[in-house]
Structure formats: C-alpha cells, structure tokens
Design a protein around this ligand. Structure first.
Ligand code: ADP
Ligand code: MG
Length: 595
C-alpha cells in the first residue's frame, strides 16, 4: 500500500514538474500500443490474399495488394517516426524534470537545519536522494506509460490469439509467472543491499576525492599517502561492487532458467500450429499471425513484467527521495511571531546549554552574557571552550537545548530565522573560499542587493586587500581560486582578508568575527585592529581572538572555559582579578616580548 502511495506521489511530482511534456509522452506511447496489432492484421490480409492467388492460380488483384503493401509500409513508418519522436519527448521531459528535481533538492539542502550535518545518517539520506532524485520519478512515469502501452498491446495480442486458439493465450500467460516473482524478489534484495552500502559508497567517494582532489594533493605527495588511500579506496569499492555482482549473478542464472521454460512453450506452440496448418485447419495467413502474435505476446509480457518490476524497484528508491524532501526544519518562526529590526539595546544569552548530537560533554554549559549595542565584546578561551559554538547559537544556526537568546528583549525563536540572520554578518573561523571573481567574493556578503562597486572597494581597502586585487590581470574581475583556467590562487592570509571584506560589506547591525586575523601577518593585523572602531562605525561586535593584545581594545572581555563563562569584564578589571585571563595575557606577553 505504501508503495502505491509512493508511486502516486512520484507521478504527482513529475506532473507538477513538467505537465506538458508528460502529457505528450503518454499520448505518443499509448498510440504506439495499437500499432503492432494493426501491422499484424495487415500482414494477415496480405498473406491470405497472396495464398489465395497462388492456390487458385488466378491473376492477383494487384491494385488491392499494392494498397495493403502501402498500408503496411505506412504503419511501419508511423511506428518508426513515433519511436523517434517518443525518444525526443522523453529526453525533453527528463531534462525539465531534472531541472525541477535539482531545484527541489538544492533548496532543501540549503534550507535544512545545520544540525543535520552533524548526523551521518543525514548524509546517507542525502547521497541516496541525490543519486536517485533526478531520474527515479521520471523512470516511474516512463515505466507506468510503458506498462500501459504493453498491457494494451498484450491484451490486443491475447485477444487475437484467443479468437484463433484460446489455449495458446493461456500458455502465453502461464510461462511468465516464474519471471515476475523472480524480478520482484531481486528488486528488493538489491534495494536492501544498496541501502546498506551507502556508508561504504560515501567512504569510497571520500577516498576518491582525497586521491584526486585539489586540496589534498599537497599532503598526498609530501606524506606519500597515495598507496595508503588507494588501498582504502579499493577495499571500500570492491566490498560494495563484488557483493552486488554476486547478487546479479544469481539473478541472471535464474533468469536463464525461466527463459528455458519460455523456449519450451515456443516449441510446443510451433509444433501444434504447424500440424494444424498442414491438416488445413488454419490458413497460412492465420498461421503466420499466430506465430507472430505469440512471439510478440511474449515480448509484451516480458515488457509488462519488466515495467512492474521496475515500478516496484522505483517505489523502493523513491522512498528515500521523499524521506529527504520531507525532512522537517525545526528552526522555524515560533509563535507568537515577532518582527525584527536592527539591534537597539542588547543581545542577552540566558542560561544557554548545548550538546552536539552524539557527544556527551556539553559544548556550552549554562552560558549567561549580555552584549550591548555599540559594544565591542571579545570572547576568549582555550581551544574547544565553545566560542564558535556560541556564535552559531547566537545566529540561530542551532537551537540551544536549554536557555534562550533575547534580541532586544524578544526571544529569537519568535523571529523569522532568515530575517533574523540578516541582522548579522559573520566571519566564520572556517570561512569559505569561492572560486569566483575577487569582486564577487566580496559581494557575496550581500548578494541579494544590487552590487555596489564603491562599497566593495571600500571593504577591500579596509582589510588591506585592495592593492593586491588591483594588481591582478583583470582587477576585481579576476577569478580567484584553484579551480578554473586563468584564475589566480591566493595565499591563506589573502583569502582571510577577502573573507573579512565580505563580512564588512554586509550592512548588518551586529558583526561577529571568529578569529579574523589567525592567518594575517602582524602588520596587517595591527592595521585592522588599530582601526577596528572606525571600521565598524558604532556597530556591535563580537570578536573572538587568541591574540590578547588585540583583545585589549575591546570594551569588555568574556572568558569561556569548558563551555562556561568564567570571567567577564574590561581588560583592566580582568588583569586586576588575577584569573585565567591575567595568566594567559602575561604568558603571551612574555613570549612575544614587551611591546
Ligand atoms: P572553540 O571555537 O572555542 O575552539 P568550539 O565551539 O568549536 O570551540 O567547540 C566546542 C566543543 O564542541 C569542542 O569540544 C568540540 O570538540 C565540540 N564540537 C565542535 N564542533 C562540533 C561538531 N560539529 N560536532 C560535535 N562536536 C563539536
Ligand atoms: Mg572556534
């Protein structure tokens, strides 16, 4: 029952994707279902007229014969043309459907809660959906259409056989019963197998990327990792393929057996028909038709079974597609909905705790803090103390397990998440490099608004990357990144400056900078931090940095340790308190030497 529903859902999906081409596809296919019968009928007429002429020895009625011959040729032509046209229509239809499915998949993948990415079974679902989604639903429609057409042809053939010889029709049906069971059985065996193998497949794809990708290429060579990963790849790959081939081998063997049964039926049928014809019980024309109809009938039956088995298999796989498309977003606007406006007073983090799925230690443990409008607040703490996690929670990329975040006194769960995120501009610790032009890389900070060239330059000047970009062959229009021809690769620090420019280009009321200078040389770093206040022009800033000399300029410093706020105050206050901050600061200072 569930399978029928899946089939129905798939047909609906295809229908909403490409109604016009689907209709055309159905019409052409169904029309083609009638052609074989017409052809057989004409052939029978032709043969009967000829035999009559031969046996009676009279002059053949040439004109009527020619007419039939012409008719046969025309039907033949229609059949061929409609086959070609059908191919074209199917191609066109699947092109539109693929577009439609990709847009569904992509919009789902980009809007789903980030937390899904913490979950391996999400990736399994995603990769199965991506593998199947663009073609399975269409396959269902094509299978349904083919099924419909074969059934029409089959019924017509069986009807024809039935009028001539009913038990031939019965044999035709009987010999195919083992085949259908076999196909259904193996469809589910293969499906279960593939489902089990998804993690293995992803592993193989990952090793393949390590061996062929751009980013891993340096370490692959330097550490000589080629053989190591090649053997890992081969292990995953073989494990997955050899099993599958084993299953297919068994299926092929049994398939061959069922073909033998059919051959036996053919033998029986031919002997009986030959005998009957010799005895004069049936005409030559009828004999020809019986033989052809039986043979064609077998073909159509095979088609019907093929379509049924195909549909069954499709329904198994489309389950995955709908599982993925129906994944629910949990991060939504909760009632009562509030409208958002730029920060006026403060962001308050109240008793927030958060544990990553699959982890037992909380990344954030009862975090309380307040960031007032216009303040520059620095967040410091050892690796793994929860700084980046807090940033993601404040931007509502994750919802905390406990506690809440108030933005100007309103719970951020009551805002539309997209509109809420528009209030922020974040330089993530693991920011993205886009293989686009330099200008576009900055523009992406606010891709929805029309590009403002002057603002792009201004952002680039602020982060000290303008001169470099100007010196590129096409200035801001030069492609950067390693991926494409005639694009320039940049150093990591240069990328970071571009990412910072992207963050500043966005007109947000709160800036979050997660280790914005980790890859910058000290001159660039000094340049940026000494003018940070002018750069942000009174906007609110949450700054994460390990270089405590930069942190000193903040209005307030919050120290996180093991997911808890352990200190909170100005540089002077924390130095006087003599806690973790004072220790960290003194240690760094002695390492760097006195300034
Ligand atoms: P920080 O930015 O202060 O270095 P994070 O916020 O990145 O620390 O990490 C806090 C803790 O959460 C760490 O113990 C880290 O191992 C864990 N953690 C971070 N990201 C993930 C993740 N995606 N899945 C599971 N655990 C994570
Ligand atoms: Mg971090």
């Amino acid at each position: 029952m569930k399978k029928i529903r899946l089939l129905y859902e798939s047909v609906r999906l295809v229908w909403s994707g490409t109604p016009g081409w689907t209709t055309a596809n159905v019409i052409v296919s169904v029309l083609r279902g009638f052609l074989p019968l017409i052809l057989l009928f004409l052939l029978k007429k032709l043969i009967d007229i000829i035999t009559e002429g031969v046996t009676s020895g009279e002059d053949l009625a040439m004109p009527s014969l020619i007419l039939y011959i012409l008719a046969v040729v025309i039907v033949f032509l229609i059949d061929e043309f409609s086959a070609e046209a059908g191919n074209y229509i199917r191609k066109k239809q699947s092109y539109y459907l693929e577009k439609y499915m990709y847009s569904l998949l992509h919009s789902k993948a980009t809007s789903l809660d980030l937390i899904n990415f913490e979950n391996p079974s999400y990736f399994d679902k995603l990769s199965r959906a991506v593998r199947e989604a663009t073609w399975r639903p269409n396959n269902i429609v094509n299978n349904l259409v083919a099924l419909f057409r074969s059934i029409i042809s089959l019924l017509l053939m069986a009807g024809l056989l039935f009028t001539l010889n009913w038990w031939l029709a019965a044999i035709l049906i009987a010999v195919n019963i083992p085949g259908i069971w076999l196909r259904l059985h193996y469809a589910s065996v293969l499906y279960n197998f593939r489902k089990e193998q998804t993690p293995e497949e992803r592993k193989a794809a990952y090793f393949n990327w390590l061996l062929t990708g751009d980013r891993p290429s340096r370490e692959m060579r330097l550490f000589g990792l080629g053989n190591f990963f090649r053997s890992l790849f081969m292990k995953s790959f073989s494990k997955q393929k050899e099993e599958e081939i084993k299953i297919i081998r068994t299926r092929t063997g049994i398939d061959a057996l069922s073909t033998l049964v059919k051959a036996g039926a053919l033998f029986l049928m031919l002997s009986i028909v030959a005998d009957q014809t010799l005895k004069g019980n049936i005409t030559l024309g009828s004999m020809a038709i019986l033989v052809l109809a039986f043979r064609q009938g077998l073909v159509y039956l095979k088609d019907v079974l093929g379509s049924v088995a195909g549909l069954y298999e499709d329904s198994l796989f489309t389950g995955d597609i709908f599982d993925f498309l129906n994944l629910r977003e949990m991060i939504t606007t909760e009632e009562p909905a509030e409208s958002i406006s730029p920060l006026r007073h403060e962001i308050k983090v109240e008793d927030v705790s958060f544990t990553y799925p699959g982890s037992i230690i909380p990344a954030l443990d009862n975090v309380k803090l307040t960031i007032s409008k216009g303040e520059i607040v620095a967040l410091v703490g050892p690796n793994g103390s929860g700084k980046s996690t807090l940033v993601k929670i404040i931007c509502r990329l994750y919802d905390p397990d406990n506690g809440k975040i108030l933005f100007d006194g309103k719970n951020i769960r009551n805002f539309n998440p997209e509109k809420y995120r528009r209030q922020f501009s974040v330089l993530f610790q693991d920011f993205m490099l886009y293989n686009l032009t330099a200008g576009e890389n900055i523009l992406l900070g606010d891709a929805d608004s029309p590009p403002a060239i002057e603002k792009i330059k201004e952002a680039a000047i602020t982060t000290g990357i303008h001169t470099l970009i100007e010196s590129l062959p096409h200035g801001y229009d030069t492609s950067i990144g390693p991926l494409f021809d005639d694009s320039r690769e940049l150093s990591w620090g240069e990328w970071q400056k571009i990412a910072l420019a992207r963050t500043l280009y966005r007109d947000a009321s709160v800036y979050v900078l997660d280790e914005p200078s980790s890859a910058l040389d000290s001159a660039s770093e000094f340049e940026i931090f000494s003018s940070l206040r002018e750069i942000v022009r009174g906007r609110t800033v949450l700054l994460i940095s390990h270089r405590l000399t930069n942190v000193r300029l903040a209005d307030r410093i919050i120290v996180l340790d093991h997911g808890r706020v352990v200190e909170n105050g100005s540089h002077e206050e924390l130095m006087a308190a003599g806690g973790i901050y004072q220790q960290m600061f003194t240690r760094q200072k002695s390492m760097l030497g006195d300034e």
